[in-house]
Design a binder for this molecule. Sequence first.
Ligand code: ZN
Ligand code: ZN
Length: 212
Amino acid sequence: MNDKRYDLHVHSWFSNDCKSDPKDILKIAKKNGLSGIAITDHNSARFHQKNFKIDGLLIIPGVEISTKKGHVIGLGIKETIEKRLSPEETVEKIIDLGGLATIPHPFDFTRKGIGKIIYNLKKIAVETVNGSCPIKSFNTKAKQMAIEYNLPETGGSDAHRLKDIGMAYAACTEEMGTVDDLLEAIRKRKTTGEGTNLTIGEKMIRTFQIHF
Ligand SMILES: [Zn+2]
Ligand SMILES: [Zn+2]
């Protein structure tokens, strides 16, 4: 049973559109029963340059990078990559740094999904459930694409507020001891994207909460 949950897309106050305190994020993630969490701030790895930790929760380094064509996440990297490169170059740089590239909300054209370019990319995973997609079919399309092309799956809440942490996640059968073990399990397609997305009403409330 895929009952171990890793929320692989969470923002903290090191993102300019998020106010979540890193210490609170870790507490909530643990309280919600997650096995691990990736903090993936926009173009910033500052979270991972500090030593935030909490017992019993695997913290996966990561960054959400703004490429020329949309967002790309690097998991397992503790430094950021310059903005506005092509998605191809960005993926290559993530791999060179020893990380795993996953494409968040690829078909969400309202939030910088990279769209059809995903079909040109190699050695990627696909975020098949994103908790912040305004329309469920964006996630459905990502899931179908990953299955059709045999690509590894990740999942994440894309939480910009504490209450959304853990609503979407990558699920797997085993508890992972290290970040490398988890990345390897993803590459071997032992994980699936699971969970749900915010309703349109909640999205509107969230927009208000994170910007004002
Ligand atoms: Zn994004
Ligand atoms: Zn995000």
